[in-house]
Design a protein around this ligand. Sequence first.
Ligand code: FPP
Length: 241
Amino acid sequence: MPLPTIDKNHLPRHIAIIMDGNGRWAKQHGTTRAEGHEAGAKSVRAVVEACRELQNIEALTLYAFSTENWRRSQGEVETLFRLLSKYIHLELDEIHQENIRVTLMGRKEGLSEQALADVERCESLTANNTAMTLNLAINYGGRGEIVDTARALCREVEAGRLKAEEVTEEMFASRLYIPQLPELDLLIRTSGEMRLSNFMLWQASYAEFVSMQTYWPDFRKPHLYEAIAAYQARSRRFGGR
Ligand code: FPP
């Protein structure tokens, strides 16, 4: 597949991806779902590399494990966390060398000690990196994030530091899990689905949504460029004219 042409001076500052279709890819290839997720981890590497190479993408958020994913079989949940550990083990040094900061977006409660140790190692090692943020959504749910943010504000009101009437959208945004992320510009979902599936409900308000037929394990740099080209072809009005 040739590389679609994109304008490197008008890149989205923040791209998020709902990585979908690992299971269907596995079925198509007559293999196990675990193999599908394993192949999906290779796409993660390719996309992180492609974004970093573009230089002006400030943040890449990947939906790696939702709060709803706990409903999958215990074996599949274990496979996903094992893969995450493996990815971190294999890639962290290079990620750090590339000056990429890793953040975890999600509830830390509920993660195993191993998973917690893995993500905390990423966060602490890369905390001062500045070239790009790789934001991993793990044990993440958009409604849960909104509820947790509302709770944080309620606690401030209870403590007398804030009045309910003083709460603004900016204040709310500044108390989300990872408030330092730039506005979400482009939200990609692979495998042809058109749902948000409880992903970044607050942040997606003005994001351009691009749904692609490709299954996640087949997603590579040309697909990323295709999504960026689609984003650049849209005219963004933010509710204005
Ligand atoms: C969706 O495919 C994918 C996931 C639930 C998990 C995404 C995880 C990875 C790509 C692996 C490792 C992640 C990192 C960050 C290294 P699906 O199983 O819902 O596919 P289906 O809808 O076709 O069954």
